[in-house]
Design a protein around this ligand. Structure first.
Ligand code: SF4
Ligand code: SF4
Length: 124
């Protein structure tokens, strides 16, 4: 019981001390980082122009991209998913796409808290 009280006291003490400390990390030194617009960041996907050829998936060296047609052959309903944990932002998928349905943006603020959250649906 005495030991329990000591532990709770230690935890509370540490909590109070840390409230008044400066943060150990800060988001960006000297403000948000401005990257060169040519930086290879998050992919963009235009579902209207995609013809479901699958070349982007075939050519991706890491298996990071998945294209799905949830409609029919005649009436496509295209969706593209990217696993940001696997993507190396090489741009091969964009190079392979004859329809220019995939492009690379410069958006690079891509951190997530869970592994599942790293797989996202791509948008225009
Ligand atoms: S940028 Fe490279 S690694 Fe990422 S999905 Fe495209 S081909 Fe795959
Ligand atoms: S290569 Fe282009 S057209 Fe073919 S499935 Fe991928 S995004 Fe669609």
């Amino acid at each position: 019981m005495n030991n329990e009280k000591k532990s709770v006291g230690k935890i509370l003490g540490a909590a109070v001390r840390n409230i008044f400390r400066r943060p150990a990390t800060i988001p960006y030194l000297g403000g948000e980082l401005k990257l060169d617009p040519r930086n290879r960041g998050l992919l963009r996907y235009d579902k209207e122009s995609c013809v479901d050829c699958g070349l982007c998936m075939k050519d991706c060296p890491t298996g990071a991209i998945r294209i799905e047609n949830r409609g029919t052959r005649e009436q496509r309903d295209m969706h593209a998913y990217l696993n940001m944990g696997k993507c190396i932002f090489c741009g091969q998928c964009a190079d392979s796409c004859a329809k220019k349905s995939i492009t690379l943006s410069s958006e690079s603020n891509l951190a997530e808290f869970t592994q599942d959250a790293l797989t996202i649906e791509l948008r225009k």
